[in-house]
Design a protein around this ligand. Structure first.
Ligand code: BTN
Length: 244
């Protein structure tokens, strides 16, 4: 597997995109010590201080329809959650579709970007940001109440290399399972690790906000909400607030 390691980039997703467009092997990893323009979901940024986290992107070439991309992002969430548990003893839960939380605070975010043509994915970039050795006071004030790190949760620093090695092993393991058996086994594991289901939630989509009961996640990764009137609503992409 090829690994591109940088001291500083604007965004590993952006660098990965440039590499993917030039053509690199499946599973290529881009990792940086620092991002000057780390990107988050919904047009937000991602705090990525030097040497303090795992800021990385994996380039994949899954032979599927772009509609199958959400399950792959959920697969990455499973891999990060398991790596955090195994190497750092951090019991992170997954908030649909792919935020990792400890309690109510975010420890990892995942941003997937893809290039597709004729209903086929050319390449998929799975960008993962894990807050590892960041102290509470190092977070900007606006993040202090909503973000956490491995160091904060464990009270000590942990090896980023060890965590990254484990993460890559988990990613590969689940990706092979997904290739052979499809999304079902991955989804079963996602459900075991999730903190979203069977509770009242508020969901923000591009245009609307829905309030309801998080009933289930279906076979393509959509969130199934039961609305107050009793009808069901499938949400393909959006942001969940657990404080409904
Ligand atoms: C989110 O908003 O939750 C997603 C955050 C994703 C951050 C990671 S850090 C590595 C990769 N490069 C980026 O610019 N973003 C992702």
């Amino acid at each position: 597997r090829s690994v591109y390691h940088y001291d500083q980039v604007e965004s590993t997703n952006r660098t990965a995109r440039e590499l993917a467009a030039r053509g690199v092997p499946d599973g290529t990893l881009v990792v940086a010590e620092e991002q000057t323009g780390g990107r988050g979901r919904m047009g937000r940024g991602w705090f990525s201080p030097h040497g303090r986290g795992i800021w990385c992107s994996v380039i994949l070439h899954p032979a599927v329809n772009p509609m199958d991309a959400p399950p792959l992002t959920m697969l990455a969430a499973v891999a990060v959650a398991r790596a955090l548990r195994r190497t750092a003893g951090v019991e992170a839960g997954i908030k649909w579709p792919n935020d990792l939380l400890v309690g109510e605070k975010k420890i990892c975010g995942i941003l997937t970007e893809l290039s597709a043509e004729m209903e086929r994915i050319n390449y998929l970039i799975i960008g993962m940001g894990i807050n590892v050795n960041i102290d509470r006071h190092e977070f900007p004030p606006e993040l202090r109440e909503i973000a956490t790190s491995v160091q904060i949760e464990r009270g000590r620093r942990v090896s980023r290399v060890h965590l990254l090695q484990n993460l890559l092993a988990e990613l590969e393991y689940w990706y092979r399972i997904w290739e052979k058996e499809g999304f079902a086994p991955v989804l079963a594991c996602w459900k075991e690790l999730n903190v979203t289901l069977h509770r009242p939630v508020r969901v923000f989509t591009q245009r609307e906000t829905w309030e309801g009961w998080a009933e289930d996640v279906d076979a393509d990764g959509s969130l199934v909400l039961r609305l107050p009137g009793g009808e069901y609503k499938r949400v393909v992409s959006g942001e969940v607030s657990l404080r409904a």
